[in-house]
Design a protein around this ligand. Sequence first.
Ligand code: SF4
Length: 336
Amino acid sequence: MMRNHAGRYVTFSKNVFIPVTNVCRNNCLYCVFKKDINDKGAFLLTFDDVEKILKKGRDEGCIEAMFTFGEYPEKVDGFGSMLKKEGYDSFIDYIRDLCLLALDLDMLPHTNPGSISLDELSVLKDVNASMGLMLEEAASLEVHKNSPGKTPEHRIKTIESAGRLKIPFTTGILIGIGETEDDRIRSLKIIRDLHTRYDHIQEVIIQNFLPKKGTVMESCKPSSIDEIKETVKLARGILPDDIAIQIPPNLIPFDLLPELVRCGVDDLGGISTVTLDYINPESCWPTGKELRYILKDFILKERLPIYPRFVKDGWYSKKVGRVIEFYADEDGFKKE
Ligand code: SF4
């Protein structure tokens, strides 16, 4: 049994995916998740909906509550009345209370809030074990022409604000959406430089584009296997060793995993036995058993949504600390 190229374990976290709302102010040309407010499929999960998902996840041994939602839904006309029905005027306050609900149920929140301000991040900081925002690409791309929150300046600012607030943070790049290799290099270097200043990036996701039916990009080519491998190698060469490289194992050909680990992948992200990947609903997560089989040459280790280094350094609030300390072993991984 081997550790990976950097002498580390290959890690993953068991999570539930909670798509709080699919209302979003952006219109990314590859997105199948967002719905217009007047579409039949537009929703805002209620407290009861979220509680059911959390309890089911907890009963199945998941410890991460991953909250994902459209960006600034409150900027979309009509969303305010959906929120009012739940008794809230502020969406960030609603998310904060859902995180508190997760903590009460002994689950650790990881919120992906979109490009939000430093003040809004501060509201969520002490109720999250970690947070995340994909940089995607530090370039202005056609696919984001109708997405005000996807300008590189907004994304970079949010990642920087998270650093200033000392939030353990996940980011990543999305490849195959019209960017050049230089764009990828520049994006990875920006992440590296932000980490050099704030020391807060725990992992960088290399996510490959997959076309979705019903989107403007449905007939575009998916990222090639060579592109994925080369980008992992590129990332490993640019990023410091204390940032893990993550590949979502449900989005790549499964038998490619061992090779990607040899190229530099350290982490497989959140794996759910309970919920769908709502952003890529056609792509099922592999089971723990399947992962252990395909990666039998490597040591797989379950982690918390906050990486061991940040557990040891105490980058968490008292509220979150109670749950972290319950689950973490002395090295900061999930207790066996
Ligand atoms: S990808 Fe995210 S930000 Fe873009 S439209 Fe979909 S939900 Fe909104």
